[in-house]
Structures are given as C-alpha cells and as structure tokens.
Design a protein around this ligand. Structure first.
Ligand code: PAF
Length: 284
C-alpha cells in the first residue's frame, strides 16, 4: 500500500488505473479505523481492482473545537490496518492541501440535512458534503462506500450526488456491531467503563423497536415508546428517537414501506448515534 499526501499524486495514480481499465473503489474515513471501516475496505476490495482509502480529520465538519481536538489521530496504526484489509492507496492530505488559502466554497445540501444531526450540529453536514464532494472529485471512483451507521450522512451524500449529477455510485454497507450490539464507532474508545454499559441503550432501543414492529405494532407512537423505554431503563436521556423516511429524513407516522429509526444520545462525554431500517414485516 502506498501513502499519498497530495491531490496531484492521487489524480496521477487513479488516472493510470482508469487508463488501464481498472475499476476504482473508494472508502473515505477520518481515520481511527475500526472493524466497521475495515469491513468497508474489504467490501471494496472484493469488487474493485484499485482500492483507495482517505484518512482526513476534516475540520469543517466539527461544530465543537474540543471534539476536533479530541479526535484520535493514529495514522501509522491506520495504515497497517488499511493495508491488511486490502487497500492499495492511502490518501492522507494535510488541512492546507484540502483547504488552501483563499478556499471559499461550501456545499449546502438542504432536505435530508436539515433535521436530527443537522439540527444538533449546525454546519456539520455542510462540512461533510463539501469534503466528500472534493474527495470524490480527487479520487474519481466507480463506487464510494459509506457505513449505514451514519444513515443521515449517507442520505445527504446521495442527495448531493444526485443533485450535482456526480458520476459516482454510492454504496451503503451494513453497520458492524460489538457482540453485545453496540455499533462500532471511533468514539466508543472514549466511553468511560461505567458508560459502556449505558451506551447499550441505543442498540437495545433499536432492537425493541424492531420487536414492536415484528409484533404487529406499526404506529410511530408505539414504536417510539418501545425504543424510549430502553433509554429510560438505563438512565440515558436521548437527544432524539425518531421514525423517519430514510431518503428525506422527514418524520413518518407509521412503519409502512421503508422507514428508519434514528437515535442519538450523549453518554457521559460521548455523543453516540445509531439507526435501524424497519419495514412492516420486520427489519432489513
Ligand atoms: O464518516 C466519516 O468518517 C466522515 O464524515 C467522512 C465521510 C470521511 C467525511 O469527512
């Protein structure tokens, strides 16, 4: 695996691959790679000739400077893990390479970015959309892979790619969980031991909602009550527990067709999110 620092180097490497008719899979990350990221890389590896991963802690998507400062930066470990999972190229640019002096463009996606995470973290999705658009244009992949765990991010990226006619396919990859159900996240490492157990409120809420739908209860009121009970049982106050359309992220009154239960909560000092796609006949 080769580590590249500049946009020009990545463009040259991917242009060579394209000229040779090789397909390109791309996994954008902010590093601190865990099994969830490695699953994305392995998925890309199975489907493409060239697998590119980016590791860039994007300052413009952090609304809280303390969160940005605390974000883990472990490039050597990341490089070893990415290589073992099958990546060919690691793009690890500096902030100045991505945002040189005079940088003045922001992509603002309306629609799916407006509620939930968008409301809790002002400016977050503008930062995500802008950096993802840049990364896609730099790498030029056939397919870019995103985790289902960040379902709203995925919806925002899909909206942007459609609206701006960007010629890249976006593929969602299912959430990877610890054995007890906690969704893997780079933030989990910051959970205090006592909070690790309380953090299970999120995944248990999703399972309770699933069981409620499987048991024939489909109104948002019933499904949300089942989910909220799991937060209450662990003394965790959720930021939100919502049943939404997975494309528009607008609230749904019932599980009828595709629906997504989205949850977020601060557990100790750490803000966690999780979600579960639901259908009338169960989850998928
Ligand atoms: O999901 C992430 O790690 C980031 O939001 C992304 C997509 C790499 C953009 O910085």
């Amino acid at each position: 695996m080769t580590t590249l620092r500049t946009i020009a180097e990545v463009r040259a490497a991917t242009a060579d691959a394209r000229r040779d008719g090789r397909s390109i899979g791309f996994v954008p990350t902010m590093g601190a790679l865990h099994e969830g990221h490695l699953h994305l890389i392995r998925t890309a590896r199975r489907a493409h000739d060239l697998v590119v991963i980016s590791v860039f802690v994007n300052p413009t998507q952090f609304d809280d400077p303390a969160d940005l400062a605390a974000y883990p930066r472990v490039e050597d470990t990341d490089a070893a893990a990415a290589q073992a999972a099958g990546a060919d190229l690691l793009f690890a640019p500096s902030a100045a390479e991505m945002y040189p002096d005079g940088f003045a463009t922001t992509i603002e996606v309306g629609g799916p970015s407006e509620r939930l995470e968008g409301a809790s973290r002002p400016g977050h999705f503008n930062g995500v959309a802008t950096v993802v658009c840049k990364l896609l244009s730099i790498v030029g992949p056939d397919v870019a892979y995103f985790g289902q765990k960040d379902a709203q991010q995925l919806a925002v990226v899909r909206r942007m790619v459609t609206d701006l006619n960007l010629p890249y396919a976006i593929q969602a990859v299912p959430t990877v969980r610890d054995d007890d159900g906690l969704a893997l996240s780079s933030r989990n490492a910051r959970l205090a031991a006592a909070d690790r157990e309380r953090a299970l409120a999120l995944s248990r809420a999703l399972r309770a909602a699933e069981a409620s739908v499987a048991g024939g209860r489909a109104s948002a009121e019933e499904v949300l009550a089942a989910a909220r009970a799991e937060f209450a049982a662990r003394g965790v106050e959720p930021d939100y527990v919502e049943l939404v359309d997975p494309i528009t992220f607008t609230p749904l009154p019932t599980v009828d067709g595709d629906a997504l239960l989205a949850v977020a909560a601060r557990v100790g000092d750490v803000r966690l999110i999780d979600n579960q796609p639901l259908t009338r006949n169960g989850s998928h």
